[in-house]
Design a protein around this ligand. Sequence first.
Ligand SMILES: NC(=O)C1=CN([C@@H]2O[C@H](COP(=O)(O)OP(=O)(O)OC[C@H]3O[C@@H](n4cnc5c(N)ncnc54)[C@H](O)[C@@H]3O)[C@@H](O)[C@H]2O)C=CC1
Ligand SMILES: CC(=O)C(C)=O
Length: 252
Amino acid sequence: MKVALVTGAGQGIGLAIAERLHADGFKVGLVDYNLETAQKAAEKIGADAFAVKADVSKRDDVFEAVDAVVEKFGDLNVIVNNAGLGPTTPIDTITEEQFVQVYGVNVGGVLWGTQAAHQTFKKLGHGGKIINATSQAGVVGNPELALYSGTKFAVRGITQVTARDLAEEGITVNAYAPGIVKTPMMFDIAHKVGQNAGKDDEWGMNQFAKDITLKRLSEPEDVAAAVSFLAGPDSNYITGQNIIVDGGMQFH
Ligand SMILES: NC(=O)C1=CN([C@@H]2O[C@H](COP(=O)(O)OP(=O)(O)OC[C@H]3O[C@@H](n4cnc5c(N)ncnc54)[C@H](O)[C@@H]3O)[C@@H](O)[C@H]2O)C=CC1
Ligand SMILES: CC(=O)C(C)=O
């Protein structure tokens, strides 16, 4: 049985990815800084699921989480660097503290996850797959998301560079770019954007949702299906790519 580690797996898209990869036959390590939600998620999944507490913005935490999963399951084949923060940040409101926090989680989490997986694949003597969360907001700038969009553009850059750097070792690196997904993060963004405009949450959500070609918001499972493809053998000849899973918001 192959082994996958998913960060930010306590809720939302990360939880759906962990569930999907488990259904695909992976043993799964669910990493989150909220151990309670990660443990509940692991219990819900059942056998061959294991929760680990880590703050992905902390390099040592990420290396220790990867080690814990390898110790538990004896291998690592896939890492999904999914954990992220999505604050609404009109440009003039951004503080240094927010900058450090959001870049630390969204970009740092991908860098540390990539380093830890690379070191572990080397130790285990085989290649693997590194899969990173970006966003449709990392393909085209979105309103009031200057910090967030910037981090997601950065993740696409890191994905392309590391795909080239690690290819010789049998490692592929790809990204997935969700659209407007029904998770706590997106409901919070819709609420804040609505509030900033003196309107309601539905108005806020519609600022993002109005351009969805398929005319429905995304379920977390829509994203998990694409990650399942990137984690499985059918994507072996794909690297350095960003798969947009947004119902046709951005054509690229
Ligand atoms: N919801 C959406 O519409 C979209 C989400 N995304 C991306 O997908 C990923 C998952 O997003 P959602 O599930 O919507 O978010 P969410 O906010 O619902 O869940 C994020 C999970 O990550 C965990 N987390 C946050 N910071 C962490 C840290 N420092 N260390 C460890 N765990 C941490 C949280 O505890 C939570 O369980 C993120 O990278 C997000 O940017 C991308 C495009 C759209
Ligand atoms: C939160 C996010 O990634 C959006 C709006 O695309």
